[in-house]
Ligand binder design. Structure first.
Ligand code: HPA
Ligand code: ZN
Length: 337
């Protein structure tokens, strides 16, 4: 068996995945047709040709306009179900999925439409495929803290369906402390916390420090710039903080996969995980990310199995489900020796 096949079949959790970032061109055309929306591009190749990103900002400039085709609860259901089907085919046993309600409420689609559609996709995928999934609601950091607080109020109405909150979109000029009060309130309400610390931002290391020591998140999304401050790495390890890294995404929004940084953190014992971020845009799902990192970072099957174990260790699941999934990793590894 090749390392690529081993990586794809390995039981794993996906912890850094934006549902809106799974909108494949084919589904985009289908939803546009369903909703009577005229698109600028006529073919899949024309859509993919617009995926010419040099940084996070240029990615987001393509990502948000594409969402206009998502209108009804069925659309959101179909998006989640299609993603979970693909994920299950690449070994994902559990997924914690980001969604961006403000990318929809800001254009007139209700919070209720978004979440009832996504929830239905998750429930049906669990029934049909045995894959478990939870939702993490992200605030868009380039909108105001007041808008985030109002969105948190919406989330509290659906608390049974949302396990945690996160922070995404453009980090430039929008540091974590802008949302300190929102995250304090979210924690008080019982949500788990994570935040994006995007790659190579101005002030990345200061933002990572704030997120770890002031916001006191449970996980960090990306966050590999932490290697710039070894004392902070030690603190993250001591706290058992999970890092949800995304190698292929990194190679799109910077000029590097950041394999050196990811492997360095892994070797030091940080709870590094590997994920796909926005796979429809970066053209790689989670198995592809494991395989790409293994190639670039010279990882062995045992290293990949450790990353998969980490993914379940830092998942927001019951200890019973965690044990069940860790046992699956061990059995898979043992049977592929
Ligand atoms: N970073 C910030 N915002 C995002 C991302 C990301 O990785 N993906 C989708 N929105
Ligand atoms: Zn992300």
């Amino acid at each position: 068996m090749t390392l690529h096949d081993f990586a794809h079949g390995l039981p794993k959790a996906e912890l850094h995945l934006h549902l809106e970032g799974t909108l494949e061109p084919e589904l985009k055309f289908e939803l546009a047709r369903r909703n009577g929306i005229e698109l600028a591009e006529r073919t899949v190749d024309e859509v993919v040709a617009t995926y010419d990103f040099t940084d996070l900002t240029s990615f987001l400039a393509v990502y948000y306009p594409a969402m206009q085709v998502l209108v009804t609860a069925d659309d959101f259901r179909d998006l989640a179900y299609a993603y979970l089907t693909k994920a299950a085919s690449q070994g994902v046993r559990h997924a914690e999925l980001f969604f961006d309600p403000q990318a929809h409420t800001s254009r007139g689609v209700s919070f209720d439409t978004v979440i009832t559609g996504y929830r239905r996709g998750i429930v049906e995928a669990r029934r049909d495929l045995g894959i478990s999934a939870e939702l993490i609601m992200c605030f868009l950091r380039d909108f105001s803290a007041e808008y985030a607080m109002a969105t948190l109020t919406d989330a509290i109405r659906y608390q049974d369906w949302i396990i945690g909150v996160g922070l995404d979109s453009d980090e430039r000029g929008n540091p974590p402390e802008k949302f300190a009060a929102v995250f304090a309130r979210a924690r008080q309400a019982g949500f788990l916390l994570t935040m994006h610390c995007d790659i190579d931002q101005v002030g990345s290391i200061d933002n990572i420090r704030t997120v770890l020591t002031e916001i006191e998140v449970d996980r960090i999304d990306h966050g590999t710039n932490i290697v710039e401050d070894p004392a902070l790495v030690d603190l993250a390890i001591e706290k058992g903080i999970g890092f949800t890294t995304c190698p292929i995404s990194n190679s799109f929004v910077t000029d590097d996969m950041k394999a050196t940084e990811i492997v360095d953190l892994l070797r030091r014992g940080a709870k590094v995980t590997v994920n796909s971020d926005d796979p429809a845009y970066f053209r790689g799902y989670i198995g592809d990310n494991y395989a790409a990192l293994a190639d670039r970072g010279e990882l062995s099957p045992a290293d990949l199995a450790q990353i998969a174990r980490n993914s379940f260790e830092v998942s927001w699941i019951s200890d019973r489900r965690r044990q069940e999934l860790l046992t699956e990793v061990d059995a898979y590894f043992a049977s592929h020796q």
